[in-house]
Design a protein around this ligand. Structure first.
Ligand code: ZN
Ligand code: ZN
Length: 362
């Protein structure tokens, strides 16, 4: 997979008129593009890639690991100043126009490079992200496995929810995911009960989960670097008609959104399909976020399903997309239902397993 990703990136470099690209992932920067292109999982490295060659620069801690994880790369121990090592390599490989991730590299870092690496700097303009948006079968399999781990964990702990604090339930869920093979959490688990469900990204608190309220859990596992993303909202006992109606509207909106996930359709159309149900029910103002996002090495990545035409894309087989409409009523409660899907040749496949219908625990 890594070799294919590297080869495709090298082709793009040539097409963009670049002699090379510098992908930097020191401790402070996101390493997902670097991992995608190299397979390296350590916390600090740089890639210098030309159409014909690829180097991975890292420090003493990671030399052996990098040689094993990134066999397509020449692994080099970085000098005291990484920029000097890059400058030497650029000179010997005749790199004049060097691409860099202008949307990720801090200005001070780039300024340091500019002083020491004599090249013409060119922004890469999401070159790696454009490759990442369509997943290989192997990548989809990792996301599917992450989703399966998370769902099995939820099945184990959800029946024990009532009487526990949100924080305690989150911890039990996280432990159950890790025990089933999650290498880490995909993101910080959200557990929000009762009126706290009106906060779309509530942190688990010490509030005790009561019978007869709505409980929202947004959770995911990470497997081989790939993440899953799912939200369930369940009733912890019989509910007021207003709250029950809330879940039914969101479930209908989510089903309509999923129905619109197919190749050739746009991400914006998926948002519109889900949003129309919530608007028709009179809750337009209570659904203030986009309907979905891609999932992969990052928890939020392209494509994005929102009303904004600026980041709209046409869906293609191999893309992932969540569908996660919600209604949030301050002081009352909230509901969000979320699945992660992969677009197939004919439609879409749900990778997350929990049914998104009105459900009462117990
Ligand atoms: Zn989520
Ligand atoms: Zn999500």
């Amino acid at each position: 997979m890594t070799r294919t990703a590297l080869a495709r990136f090298q082709e793009r470099l040539t097409a963009e008129g670049l002699d090379g690209a510098l992908i930097a992932a020191p401790e402070a920067l996101s390493s997902t593009n670097l991992r995608y292109l190299s397979g390296f999982t350590g916390s600090s490295a740089y890639l210098l890639i030309t159409p014909a060659h690829a180097w991975l620069l890292t420090d003493f801690r990671y030399l052996e690991q990098a040689r094993i994880e990134s066999p397509a790369y020449d692994v080099i121990r970085q000098g005291k100043r990484v920029a000097d090592t890059v400058a030497d390599l650029c000179q010997s490989a005749h790199v004049a126009r060097l691409g860099f991730e202008a949307d990720k590299v801090p200005y001070a870092m780039w300024k340091g490079w500019r002083e020491r690496i004599p090249v013409i700097w060119r922004p890469l303009n999401q070159l790696v992200e454009k490759l990442r948006v369509v997943k290989s079968d192997e990548e989809i399999q990792y996301i599917r496995q992450a989703a399966h781990i998370a769902d099995e964990a939820l099945r184990e702990v959800l029946p024990t929810a009532v009487g526990r604090s949100e924080r305690d339930l989150a911890l039990a869920l996280e432990w159950a995911m890790r025990r089933r093979g999650a290498e880490s959490l995909a993101f910080d688990t959200i557990v929000a009960a009762g009126e706290r469900g009106a906060w779309p990204h509530a942190r688990p608190s010490d509030r005790i989960i009561q019978p007869g309220e709505l409980l929202t859990i947004d959770f995911g596992a990470q497997f081989h670097g790939y993440k899953s993303d799912e939200t369930v909202t369940v009733a912890t006992g019989s509910l007021s008609p207003e709250l029950r109606r809330l879940v039914e509207i969101v479930a209908e909106a989510q089903a309509e959104g999923i129905e619109a996930v197919r190749p050739g359709n746009t991400a914006r159309a998926v948002d519109a399909a889900a949003r129309a149900v919530i608007e028709k029910a009179g809750y337009a103002e209570a659904f203030g976020h986009g309907t979905g996002h891609g999932v992969g090495l990052d928890i939020h990545e392209a494509p994005y399903a929102s009303p904004d035409p600026a980041n709209d894309v046409t869906l293609e087989p191999g893309m992932t997309l969540t569908v996660e409409p919600g209604i949030y009523l301050p002081g009352v409660g909230g509901c969000r239902l979320e699945d992660t899907l992969v677009i197939t040749e004919t439609g879409a496949e749900r990778l997350t397993e929990w049914p998104k219908t009105f459900q009462i625990l117990g």
